[in-house]
Write a protein that binds this ligand. Structure first.
Ligand code: MG
Length: 396
């Protein structure tokens, strides 16, 4: 289980050969910068993108990756002519699974967005890789399967999500049984001080204008609705084996304290750093060691104010949804995640007001036939069902 995984593995050679799934996204590009900064013996051996093949080719040349995957079939076909002969080119979702379990890969950086990353995350967990996990949705959808596969194979799951990396780091100061609860920090997103009426009329541009983090579109919208925090509640449940009442959320607008653990004696241990994903990425690659960091450091000679405020559960009903998914478990995560992905897309296409995203997730969750112990096939079926149901609910 993840706690025991914090011990360094007994293997002889430390993991150093990296496959970056989703290398053209924000996390993927940051990972390449971190690996360049670390230098040998860390090296990129595999890359993947969905459609951004020009950037992928440039990344393959720069890193010397021996295998790349293009998951979109049409983009894969289009790019085959003229692809360099010294670089293997695989296509489709199977290609991604193949790369995640390839013998030459030690570390899989799972940075695909959404449930599309689930099968490759599971493949890496089954193959006993170090899983540097940025794709939180795969734990929301199939946390029980991914963690069970990791336990069986000996795969280490090291969170890249900044909050969970903070908890993972803070955890090294205590024992699992000494944890009272974890406190996830949330920036509050762009609508922290907006009224419900203002949020009702928020535009796509408003929602994409995040105050502290520079991220991809899907996660930025998730931050605006605070669905991102709901997904992170579920992610924490699986990474650290916690109950719903052991996972708290506090709003912290500066995004400097990335999360905290409260131990049973009342001590709170936090991890602080500027809001820059290169730190949690690097920690997941170098763990259990630390290396000179690539990201800017906190400036203690300048005044620094850290604020904390309770989260407004009425304005941000997503949070309650996160706790409910943890309490009920089973099929709930897969359904809420799929509904959210469809609703976010509809919002970005200006087909849905922002508050309707969470309302849609709630409606589809309540309409679904609960399964306490779904298999992988059940989860895939539920994911497809929830997407269809959400489109119906939106009326598109
Ligand atoms: Mg996060």
């Amino acid at each position: 289980m993840p706690f025991e995984m914090q011990r360094p593995p007994p293997s002889t050679a430390p993991p150093r050969s990296i496959a970056v799934l989703g290398s053209t996204g924000t996390i993927g590009q940051a990972t390449l910068r971190v690996v360049e900064h670390l230098g040998a013996p860390w090296r990129i051996v595999g890359l993947s993108a969905h459609r951004r093949t020009a950037m992928l080719l440039e990344q393959a040349r720069r890193t010397g990756a021996s295998t790349v995957v293009v998951t979109d079939r049409q983009a894969w076909r289009d790019v085959q002519r003229g692809w360099p002969a010294d670089c293997r080119l695989w296509g489709g979702a199977e290609g991604l699974v193949e790369l995640a379990s390839a013998p030459e890969v030690d570390i899989v950086v799972a940075a695909v967005v959404g449930a599309a990353g689930m099968m490759s995350t599971l493949a890496a967990a089954r193959a006993g890789k170090r899983l540097a996990l940025a794709n939180k949705e795969s734990l929301v959808v199939a946390g029980s399967l991914v963690t069970a596969a990791a336990t069986e194979s000996g795969a280490e799951i090291i969170p890249v999500d900044s909050e969970h990396s903070a908890i993972f780091q803070a955890m090294r100061t205590g024992q699992r049984r000494e944890i009272k609860r974890v406190i996830l920090t949330a920036s509050g997103g762009p609508f922290r001080s907006w009224t419900p009426q203002q949020i009702e009329h928020a535009s796509v541009e408003d929602a994409l204008d995040h105050p502290t983090w520079n991220m991809g579109r899907k996660i930025t919208i998730d931050s605006a609705t605070m669905m991102n925090k709901a997904l992170e509640i579920v992610e924490a449940r699986w990474l650290f084996d916690l109950a719903a009442d052991q996972i708290d959320v506090v709003v912290h607008p500066q995004s400097i304290v990335h999360s905290m653990i409260e131990f049973i004696d009342g001590s709170v241990v936090a991890q602080l750093s500027p809001p820059d994903m290169s730190l949690p990425i690097q920690y997941a690659l170098t763990f259990p060691e630390r290396k000179e960091g690539v990201c800017p450091k906190l400036q203690w000679q300048e005044a620094l104010t850290l604020e904390f405020e309770p989260v407004d559960l009425e304005r941000f009903p997503a949070i309650e949804l996160g706790w409910e998914v943890v309490r009920r478990g089973g099929s709930c995560g897969a359904v809420v995640n799929a509904a959210n992905e469809v609703a976010v897309e509809a919002f970005l296409n200006r087909q849905l007001p922002l508050p309707r995203i969470v309302a849609g997730c709630r409606a589809v969750l309540e309409a679904h036939h609960f399964d306490p112990n779904p298999s992988l096939d059940d989860l895939l079926r539920l994911d497809a069902w929830a997407r269809k149901e959400t489109r119906k609910w939106i009326g598109t």
